[in-house]
Structures are given as C-alpha cells and as structure tokens.
Design a protein around this ligand. Structure first.
Ligand SMILES: Cc1cc2nc3c(=O)[nH]c(=O)nc-3n(C[C@H](O)[C@H](O)[C@H](O)COP(=O)(O)OP(=O)(O)OC[C@H]3O[C@@H](n4cnc5c(N)ncnc54)[C@H](O)[C@@H]3O)c2cc1C
Length: 510
C-alpha cells in the first residue's frame, strides 16, 4: 500500500516546518494533516536559525520579505562569544557563518598558528567578523531575496514564525489543520500506528505519523517507548530563564549576530529582533536557584537598558533535559523537533536539526510500507551521527575554557567528560590546525571551519596554540599574503558600503 496519508501531531516550529516541506515536495496524492492542541502551548523559544533556513524558506515558497515583516526577524551572521575563555573584559571572539577565505583548498588556520599577526583569527580570514560586530547587515539594499554579500541566517520570533508557517501551509500548500487534543494512540497487531484518537473530532488514521509534540513526545516516547539518552553528565545545562527586552528607542541598533556571554553557572544569549531583544540565561539548575538565575539575567539586562525597562520585565522559566533519541524513527512514526531531542541552545542547532530531519525524510520518502524499515535505519543512523557531532562541538566550547571562578566551570572544563574522538582531535590539533579530515562527512553539521573559529578563537587569545612551522609546507607564502590582503580590502569595502541591520530591515519591511 502506498504512503498517502501523513499525520503530523504538534503545531510548533517542527510541526509546521515539516508540514510545509512535505506538502511542497510531495505529489498531490499525498495528504498532509496537522493536528495541534488548542491548550498545550508551544515552547515559545528558538529564535536563532542557521543559513540553511534561507533554502528551507525558498523551498516552501515563502518570501524573505514575509519572514521579515511577520516574524520580527533580523539577519544573523554568527555568534559573538564573550567571557568564555577567562571572563576578562577583552575576552571575545566570533564564530561567523562565512567560511575562511579560500577554505576549500587553503588551510589558513594552519598558517595562523604559525604566524600570528596579532589579529583574532576570525578577523584575519573573513570580513564577516568586522561587518557583524559593527551591526552592519550581510546584504545591500536592493539585493534579491535570500541573496547575500556575506552568508546569513535569521533571528526571529518563534511564535510568529509558527503562525506564518501555519497560514502558508493552510492557505497555499493544502495542509489540513485540526485544532484538537490527541488523547490516545492506537497501533495495529504488527505494532504500526493506525490512528490517533482526538478529544472532539473523529479519530485520524494515517500511513506515516510525525511526532512533533515537543518534549512530551506523545507518539515516539509515551506510546512507542523509543529510549531517550540523557547527556546531562557531559552537558549539564537543563534550565533557561528568559525575558523579552524592548528597545529604548525605535532607532536602537539591531545586533547582527547572537551574543553569547558566559556567566558563573552557564551563559546568556542575547538576540536582537526588530522591536525587542530576546535574552535568556541557560544554566545548570543543580548549581543555582531560580532566584539567583533571575537576578543574574536582570543584572545582565540592566547594563544595556534603562532601570525603568529592567523593572518592567517579566521572566519565564523553561525546563529541558539535554539528550536525544538514538531511534527517532520507529515503525511508521518519526519524531522531529524536541520530541527527538534537544541538547542546549549554544550554537542554535535545534532548528537546523529539524531541517536535517525533514530533508532526509523528503529525500528518502518511503512511498510504500516495504520502504519504511530501510528508510528508518538510514534516518536513525544519520540523525544519531548529527547528535554526536553537536555534542562534540558544544563540549569544545567548555573544554577550551580557562575559567576557574566556579565549580560549574571547573567541572565543565574537565577533559574526562569528552568522548574519545574529541580528545583525539584536541591532541592532534597540538601539531596541526583543524581541517577537512576532522569533519569528513559531506552532510556534516559543523564543518572544520567551525572548529577552526572556536579552537583558534579560544586558544588564540591565550596563546595556547603551539607555534611552529605550518604543518603543511606546501602552503605558499605568496598565496597566503594575497588572500589575506584581499580579506583586508574586502573588510574595508564592506564595512563602509553595507547598511546597518536596522536600516536594511526598515527598508525591507516598509
Ligand atoms: C531554552 C531554549 C532555547 C532555544 N533556542 C533555540 C535557538 O536559538 N535556535 C534553535 O534552532 N532552537 C532553539 N531551541 C529549540 C527550539 O525551541 C525547538 O527546537 C523548536 O521550537 C521546535 O519545537 P517543537 O515544535 O518540537 O515543540 P513545541 O514548540 O513544544 O510544540 C509542540 C506542539 O505539540 C502540541 N501538542 C503537545 N501535546 C499534544 C497533544 N496531546 N495533542 C495535540 N497536540 C499536542 C503543542 O500544542 C504544540 O503545538 C531552544 C530551546 C530551548 C528549550
């Protein structure tokens, strides 16, 4: 029998993105129905995307102008890390979205460790670090939707984004929308899910079920018992306290990158949207109380806004258990979004994982029952590899820190926490810089360039990189000089020519 009825349970970002991609990609014979609870709220956070979101939006037929207009969105060029190395005033580096110049064939990181010229690596190898930290946009007025001078993703209001996707799905893509609570899940004799029972409407049968019920994981967890693997012993953050900070004036600058500032027991994200900032303190709830976390958050905010605004803020606490399901696809059910897992928002990889899951599903769509098992094996293997790479990459940020101020940081830095693969890499990088062989998969979530930015961003500040000849002697000095000269020229040009993030957004949303 063909797979013709897709039932998605859950109407958060995961559910609506899945509905949109499937409805846009599959033939008219396939009917996509999304059921969401009118009473269970979405998680309401998830404001930073990767550049991959541009391709996702294009593939479902949403214009960039719509996203900017309806989701409070701004343009994001990477993350600026503050205080992660030693917490001193000048402790900062950037992980930009643009690759280092000539990255495909030239390992500038290896050059940098042999001939440090006093600049931060991120500033030496791409104009993006300078452009983003000057709050400039990654594109010029008049550039077409999704085109860029420098690679970018978005900061957006998660609730408004889900609303935009919902309207697009139901009005343009033929997705059937039911607002009702799923009360039960019924499987057939072979264990495949046959239907979901709803509170006020007839039950809903399907051939393929997508569990987007968030942390509840109603289908994949509660019904199918696919195990959840906690990562709390290596990445202990499990709580965030969040707030929304209005700008003091409508002309205030909008940051062009996420700000991630290390704190005594975690770190604070600071994301600039059009009329407000989204700010949240991610921390380990075993180390500090909710009141202490709130006080830290408000102290952070008070530095950049008025006392009146600070005292008017409300805060909200979000709980999560860091971890994932090694088997997000079981039988005829696939979990996408928080139901499949979530580690922590450092590097904002959750929406990117949702995009990865949906793309893998679309590309390998099991057109009949016989294909379910092979596609499930492929899917589970791929997603598990991605979770492992997220775990490694996030751990790197903690392992390279030199902070000693609290037990949180002393434990976070412990090399014992690291998987063997990451320990091996850190040893290898004592004699050569990260490069392609460290991230060899074609579909790698974090290219070796990301490792270069973080590894050199953190170690370079302390001069902990072992100096010496370039590992690769074939790197020609003349070529390197030319490439670095081009980066300097382009940096000058772009920082002068590009509009501010605020100016571009004003123009695009009018
Ligand atoms: C603190 C924090 C910060 C984050 N920051 C980022 C970030 O910067 N970037 C990023 O990419 N990601 C981030 N994320 C992750 C991101 O928020 C989620 O991946 C994303 O919002 C997708 O959520 P979801 O759709 O899976 O779940 P949810 O938004 O929780 O949606 C669940 C849906 O299921 C429905 N539902 C539940 N039970 C039932 C039922 N019985 N019947 C019917 N419907 C039901 C609900 O009504 C809701 O519609 C962050 C997460 C956290 C916790």
């Amino acid at each position: 029998m063909n797979t013709q009825r897709i039932v998605i349970v859950g109407g958060g970002t995961a559910g609506w993105l899945a509905a949109a991609r499937l409805a846009a990609a599959l033939t008219d014979n396939v009917v996509v129905t999304l059921v969401e609870s009118p009473t269970v709220p979405t998680i309401g956070v998830g404001e930073g995307t990767w550049p991959s979101m541009r391709a996702t939006l294009q593939s479902i037929g949403i214009t960039e102008r719509e996203v900017l207009k309806h989701c409070e969105a701004s343009l994001k060029q990477g993350t600026l890390f503050k205080g992660w190395v030693n917490g001193q005033a000048d402790d900062e580096y950037m992980h930009p979205f643009s690759l280092p110049a000539d990255y495909a064939s030239l390992n500038l990181a290896d050059w940098w460790r042999s001939r440090d010229d006093g600049h931060l690596f991120c500033h030496a190898v791409t104009p993006q670090a300078a452009v983003a930290t000057a709050n400039k946009a990654p594109k010029q007025f008049g550039m077409p939707d999704y085109a860029f001078a420098l690679n970018y993703g978005y900061h957006l209001d998660a609730g408004k984004f889900a609303e935009l996707l919902k309207h697009h799905c139901t009005e343009q893509l033929g997705v059937i929308h039911i607002r009702d609570d799923v009360l039960g899940v019924v499987s057939d004799a072979m264990g495949a899910i046959e239907r979901v029972e709803l509170a006020n409407t007839p039950s809903l049968s399907g051939d393929l079920f997508i569990d987007c019920t968030g942390q509840r994981a109603l289908l994949i967890g509660e019904h199918l018992h696919s195990p959840f693997e906690s990562l709390r012993d290596t990445l202990p953050n499990n709580r965030a306290i969040v707030t929304q900070v209005p700008y003091g004036s409508p002309d205030d600058e909008i940051a062009s990158c996420t700000l991630s500032t290390a704190q005594a027991h975690g770190w604070i994200w600071d994301i600039g949207l059009q009329s407000r900032r989204g700010v949240g303190y991610v921390h380990d709830a075993d180390k500090i109380s909710e009141d202490e976390a709130r006080a830290t958050l408000l102290t952070y905010v008070s530095v950049s806004t008025t006392a009146e605004i600070t005292s008017s803020l409300t805060t909200r606490v979000v709980h999560f258990e860091p971890g994932y399901r090694p088997e997000p696809w079981r039988g005829n059910c696939v979990a996408i979004g928080l139901s499949a897992g979530f580690i922590e928002p450092l590097e904002a990889s959750a929406l990117a994982m949702i995009e990865q899951g949906i793309t893998t599903l679309v590309e390998n769509f099991p057109a009949n029952k016989e294909l379910l098992a092979p596609v499930a094996r492929l899917y589970n293997k791929k997603m598990t590899a991605h979770w492992a790479s997220i775990q490694d990459f996030l751990l790197l940020h903690y392992a390279l820190s030199q902070r000693e101020d609290t037990s949180y940081w002393r434990e976070a830095r412990s090399l014992e926490r690291l998987p063997q693969g990451l320990k091996d890499k850190l040893l290898l990088w004592q004699v050569r810089a990260p490069y392609h062989s460290d991230a060899p998969r074609l579909d790698e979530l974090f290219p070796a360039a990301s490792y270069q930015y973080v590894w050199l961003g953190m170690n370079g500040q302390l001069d902990r990189v072992l100096r010496g000849d370039c590992h690769d002697r074939s790197l020609g000095a003349e070529r390197i000089d030319r490439v670095l000269h081009d980066v300097r020229e382009k940096t000058l040009q772009l920082t002068q020519a590009l509009p501010t993030n605020r100016a571009l957004l004003n123009a695009l949303t009018q």
